[in-house]
Design a protein around this ligand. Structure first.
Ligand SMILES: O=C(CO)COP(=O)(O)O
Length: 252
């Protein structure tokens, strides 16, 4: 059975003071939670979050990583630097980076390779735009995004990634696809990964992201191929983040 994983993506939010409150709220509410938990925070706050999460099972992650190992890449952050601050995860290919930073499928694939080589677990984001959805192209777009990543991975590496399906039109909008519609995409994604490595049936977790809240998490997390959530807005409130984690815990 795949263990559920709930990841908070703080995006470009927070301050030292706000984070301190959020982190202590998370720490205080962890009792009884029995799923994997992580938060992916802005780079400057990694040391603060690392210190605040010490002694808990909440893992730390970043929201992007360079495709390069080291050197003259002004403004970029390497896997080595993220490891220095205790990161386990890194989000790669979030739709906000694909859109605002022009990240291509190929660059995303290179970053996934670099993250794996550096010992981090990439959370690989895929998802269709509203236009793609309305044109009936969800499977094509999401299939292309995941296959570009799979094409650069060794068979064994498939088990070292986490995938997040985030329909762009559901992010921050309060709109979510039906659990069955999400399940259909997740099953398709798993099928693609199984083709590369049959173990993906068990070893790869596929998260859903896009307006996941305490009110809709349970019905989504109930689906057989929805292994957790990548949470934006609701991860900025400790009580909401923990409520989602508690629902995941009930489901294994
Ligand atoms: O983009 C997301 C997580 O990466 C989802 O954001 P929201 O939960 O705010 O819709």
């Amino acid at each position: 059975m795949r263990r559920k994983l709930i990841v908070g993506n703080w995006k470009m939010n927070g301050s030292l003071a706000m984070n301190a409150e959020l982190l202590s709220g998370i720490r205080e509410g962890l009792a009884g939670i029995d799923c994997d938990l992580a938060i992916c925070v802005p780079f400057p706050y990694l040391p603060q979050c690392q210190a605040a999460l010490e002694g808990t099972d909440v893992a730390l992650g970043a929201q992007d990583v360079s495709a390069h190992a080291v050197g003259a890449y002004t403004g970029q952050i390497s896997t080595r630097m993220l490891l220095d601050f205790g990161c386990k995860y890194v989000i790669v290919g979030h739709s906000e980076r694909r859109e605002y930073c022009n990240e291509s499928d190929e660059l995303v694939a290179n970053k996934v390779q670099r993250a794996l080589a550096g010992g981090l677990t990439p959370i690989v984001c895929v998802g269709e735009s509203l236009y793609d959805k309305e044109e009936g192209r969800t499977a094509e777009v999401v299939g292309r995004q995941i296959n570009t990543v799979l094409s650069v991975l060794e068979e064994r590496e498939v088990c070292d990634i986490v995938v997040a399906y985030e329909p762009v039109w559901a992010i921050g909008t309060g709109k979510t696809p039906s659990p069955l519609a999400v399940e259909e995409v997740h099953a398709m994604l798993r099928e693609q990964m199984i083709r590369k490595n049959p173990d993906a049936i068990e070893c790869v977790r596929i998260l859903y992201g896009g307006s996941m809240k305490p009110g809709n998490a349970e019905e989504l997390l109930h689906m057989p191929d929805i292994d957790g959530g990548l949470i934006g807005g609701a991860a900025l409130k400790a009580s909401d983040f923990l409520a989602i984690a508690r629902q995941a815990s009930k489901l294994g």
